[in-house]
Design a protein around this ligand. Structure first.
Ligand SMILES: [Mn+2]
Length: 310
């Protein structure tokens, strides 16, 4: 059962899985690399994020001692597609190409993890899922609101991607926000479909939740109106954990905050798909991409365990 054309074998795939565990006919998880970068306004390089995550993932220990299993086996395997070639497409064309790349793979029961560059790429993956799941609720882990109508004149800027999601009519729950403009605050205050959990309120030890995930996570779960699609901008994490970012921000989620949130979402409304964005690798410094790869594998284990608990 050789890996078919268009899919990656153990030297290239997510986690370095051998056949048959990397074969798309049996895998319950598809990893879809769709690197895109066009509007990065500070540190460029997020288009190299997906490849760096794949490379680092092959160093991740496959046993999850917190779950007592090897999550890739629980899923029936993890298949990784060959990277999408955008052939120079940008903005709307790039988003449409990513949607067309993801859409054929979205099926009930299968979990799609899209690896993209700047956060704009997530829009294609979100739209591919929203077509299949009309009551989808988007949970955005991010430092930034990404709710500007346009940024630097571009409505497909990384700083506007969630404004497009809201325009699509999807409910949005934002977590970890700590860099935002007055325009975005107005949009949040004027909207019934956006719930925003600012970092300072949930993570600051002097804030109302005293920085304890056990207290704010249930509030986030309560704000979710349906099955969750998780759009994970790596800058939602504290920049000390993953400093290789297009726009690094201090004061973000810790490792355990993030895992507690994902576990609660997986056990509650359920997580039906996700993307990860904005990792901009630093030459010679592998810790950030390893942290992201490791986190994604921990998440996949918890998402699967949450389904089993149904
Ligand atoms: Mn973002």
């Amino acid at each position: 059962m050789a890996v078919p054309a268009g899919w990656l074998g153990p030297d290239e795939n997510f986690l370095g899985l051998d056949e048959p565990w990397c074969h798309p006919d049996q895998a319950g998880v598809y990893v879809l690399p769709a690197a895109y970068e066009h509007t990065s306004s500070y540190v460029p390089g997020s288009d190299r994020g997906p490849a760096a995550i794949l490379e680092a993932s092959r160093q991740v220990e496959l046993y999850d001692e917190t779950l007592g299993c090897e999550p890739y086996r629980e899923w029936g395997g993890v298949a990784t597609a060959a990277a999408l070639d955008l052939q120079g497409k940008v903005d709307r064309d790039a988003v449409e190409a990513i949607e067309a790349f993801v859409r054929p793979h979205v099926e009930p029961g299968r979990f799609i993890l899209t690896l993209t560059g700047e956060h704009t790429g997530a829009l294609g993956a979100i739209r591919a899922h929203a077509r299949q799941c009309p009551d989808l609720c988007v949970v955005q882990v991010d430092a930034h609101g990404d709710l500007r109508q346009a940024y630097q004149g571009n409505p497909f800027s990384h700083a506007s991607v969630m404004a497009r999601v809201v325009e699509d009519g999807l409910p949005l729950v934002q977590v970890g926000i700590r860099s935002i403009s007055p325009e975005e605050i107005d949009r949040i205050n004027g909207s019934k479909t956006i719930s925003t959990f600012f970092a300072e309120k949930i993570l600051d030890p002097s804030g109302p939740y005293e920085g304890r995930a056990a207290r704010w996570v249930p509030e986030v779960v309560k704000a979710c109106t349906g099955p969750v699609y998780l759009t994970f901008d790596c800058d939602g994490l504290d920049a000390s954990l993953v400093p290789a970012l297009g726009t690094p921000e201090p004061g973000g989620l810790t490792w355990y905050d993030t895992l507690t949130l994902v576990t609660a979402l997986a056990q509650g409304p359920g997580i039906i798909g996700m993307d990860v964005s904005e990792l901009a690798p630093i030459e010679g410094f592998v810790a950030p991409q390893f942290a992201v790869a490791r986190l994604l594998y921990r998440m996949l284990g918890r998402i699967r365990a949450g389904r089993r608990a149904d």
